[in-house]
Design a protein around this ligand. Structure first.
Ligand code: R5P
Length: 281
């Protein structure tokens, strides 16, 4: 039985449709002091908690859902983190900092027997869980909404770290070249893109990244591609976090099409990762 978090209801419903599992009745409440509470009134022996930890509140809610599922009688709990928050803080970047990804992974491990998480920033983050944990690669579904007739397509990642995602999307699309730019991050919102010498003139370019957070990486990449007369640019990502003014920033950069998945429910969540999760269960 699927136990959905409040921020993953559409994905949980899609997963129920794909797997044939039923959706547990879950309620979300808030006390006057701001603390959240969940109710899970019914669950079967195996609870599948599906919760993207997109915020600090969502982290707490995930722990509560796991605990409520056990209280309601589940003897086995599998936790699916379609988007794992804090995964990018996977090391102490400066002295005195925590390894936040490890801290949250340990906490989430206490309430579950197994973890699945979709395209974490680095698969190695799975090692921080103290129960069996696997990364699910769902990037291929980003090819689904692309038009069939892309002109000489180039699947491009804004940095080398995401080139495997670009290759996965290109493979799923069935044709096209792959390449990557170099990225230097100066601050949380200031990134510098150094293009490769791949020819982009008159080609349809599909930018592929794991996350769009502030939109800086994608908007800078799009600016380079527009300068170089790309025919059109499709911006795709697995996790459309779209924090702060990201949508505005991307629109100002001339981005017309963004395709993301439903790991984070946004207006651009065009495709579902449910089939990829179902395959991994
Ligand atoms: C970092 O390396 C990730 O792959 C993304 O490129 C990054 O998280 C995007 O962040 P932003 O949208 O804030 O530039």
């Amino acid at each position: 039985m699927i136990v959905s978090g409040s921020s993953t209801q559409a994905l949980a419903a899609e997963l129920a449709a794909v797997t044939g599992e039923s959706l547990a009745p879950v309620e979300f409440q808030r006390f006057p002091d701001g603390e959240g509470m969940v109710r899970v009134d019914e669950v079967d022996d195996h609870a599948l908690v599906v919760a993207s930890t997109v915020s600090d509140e969502a982290h707490i809610e995930c722990l509560q859902l796991q605990d409520a599922a056990r209280e309601a009688g589940a003897s086995q709990v599998t936790t699916v983190l379609p988007y794992m928050g804090y995964a990018r803080q996977d090391r102490a970047f400066e002295e005195g900092e925590p390894v936040s990804a490890r801290a949250v992974a340990r906490a989430i491990s206490t309430g579950t027997d197994r973890i699945l998480t979709v395209n974490p920033h680095e698969d190695a983050v799975c090692d921080y869980f103290t129960v069996p944990a696997e990364a699910v690669d769902a990037a291929g579904c980003l090819a689904n909404p692309l038009p069939d007739d892309l002109a000489d397509p180039l699947f491009l990642s804004p940095d080398e770290g995401a080139i495997d995602l670009a290759r996965t999307v290109a493979d799923a699309y069935g044709r096209g070249d792959t390449d990557y730019f170099e990225k230097t991050r100066h601050s949380g919102t200031d990134v510098e893109i150094t293009p490769s010498d791949a020819a982009v003139g008159d080609r349809d370019v599909v930018l592929v990244d794991d996350i769009i957070a502030t939109g800086s990486t994608m908007s800078e990449s799009v600016a380079v591609l527009n300068d170089r007369d790309a025919r059109s640019v499709y911006v795709t990502c697995v996790h459309p976090l779209l924090a702060s003014n990201a949508v505005l920033k991307l629109s100002r950069a001339g981005v017309e099409t963004i395709y993301g998945t439903d790991t984070i429910e946004r207006s651009v969540s065009e495709v579902s990762v449910a089939p990829a999760i179902a395959d991994a269960l």
